[in-house]
Write a protein that binds this ligand. Sequence first.
Ligand SMILES: Nc1nc2c(ncn2[C@@H]2O[C@H](COP(=O)(O)OP(=O)(O)OP(=O)(O)O)[C@@H](O)[C@H]2O)c(=O)[nH]1
Ligand SMILES: [Mg+2]
Length: 441
Amino acid sequence: MFGSLTKKFQELSVALSREKVLTEKNISEAVRTVRLALLDADVGYSVVSDFVKKVKEKALGSVSVKGVTAGDQFIKVVHEELVSLMGSEESSLQLKKPVAKILLCGLQGSGKTTHAAKLAKMLKEKFSKNPLLVALDLQRPAAILQLETLGKLIGVPVFTIPGEKNPLVVAKQVLKEGGYDLLIFDTAGRLHVDEALMDELLHIKKIVEPDEVLFIANSAAGQDAVKTAKEFDCRIGITGSILTMLDGSTRAGAALSIREITGKPLLYEGIGEKVDDFRLFNPISMADRILGMGDIINLVKKAEEQFSQEENDDLEKKLRKSTFTFDDYLKQMKMIRKMGSIKGLLKMMPGMGDLPDIDQSEKEFARIESMILSMTQGERNCKDELVPSRRRRIAKGSGTSMDEVNKLVKGFKQLLKFAKLMPGLKKKFSHEEASSLFSKR
Ligand SMILES: Nc1nc2c(ncn2[C@@H]2O[C@H](COP(=O)(O)OP(=O)(O)OP(=O)(O)O)[C@@H](O)[C@H]2O)c(=O)[nH]1
Ligand SMILES: [Mg+2]
């Protein structure tokens, strides 16, 4: 996702792993690399300056732990600060009124209409809401049609007044509608922030009195998206942001600085054009992805949703009792593969960050499969430890490299560690626990 930034962090971790302890000198060098990497990823200057200052102070104050490399220790600090920069915890919508109202705003093409539908679908399915989509982008007839098509797809009605060109009239009228407990307003976008747009939004906001005003931020726009968010916040007052287009060639600028600059939470992320390509924004998971740890939290969540309860119970028991083996890992991967969207899911596995296409994902899966199949039964059952000579044999047998075998074993161990945290994972997944992944692998 954040290819070059992730690569730089990984290179830094490797470089630092040669050092026994963190010293003022190697910290200063590492901090300089972090600064350049973040600036290059289009993170705002002031955010970067604050960030590296905190990382430096924390790294200098950290006590070295036996068995932990300087690289792991430093990356752990970076991880903690990334999480904190993005808001520490998942945020939720504050929908308090009996008829809740969400107003979406943002520049042209940022994903407002698509995300109005994604939000409606999610709130309907997961929170049993009865939503009504309201078309307030009345400049182009195609805009209403787009919302209506999406509405049909997700089974949510769309409110329009045929022939009406004034969004304020529609906004006033829809408030008289009964039978819904949630109104989601899709508004018009502009190429740039301009007076007419801000005036229109301000008027709509006054009429609607929304519970939430969400800024739809196109993550591909990097710093520009952050600046625009700030302008929208100053002019109309936003309550949070949704980060879209995270599936494309995106830079980390928006993800890392939008919350810090606006002071408003990042609530959701859009990861594709389809109505289900949508999930809660999780700062820990995002930090994992930025550092190239693989998105284990989302993997576990998605797996939990989709596995049959029986299969899930069985795997969870094994995971918790630490009797989960490479054979189970293979079985789990096969199940995941069955669930479809192998690309999206594989991306979440540790060490599989940047997969250019589905064929590539299939290839990655085949490599993992051949590595596991090249193990002896004892190795697959985790009875025999995978010492270097064994790893070398596995690499040779599967036509892969030592590096790849090491990556597989590391990913497997991370999965086991996360699994132990699973009972409280959804709600209580603490920062410390996530960070401990770095310290004892
Ligand atoms: N890849 C990807 N495409 C997206 C995402 N969200 C929206 N899109 C696509 O981006 C394009 C623009 O999205 P819209 O939802 O129409 O954007 P908008 O903000 O309503 O645009 P205007 O109404 O013109 O201001 C559409 O083709 C969407 O299918 C996303 O998260 N990822
Ligand atoms: Mg639109």
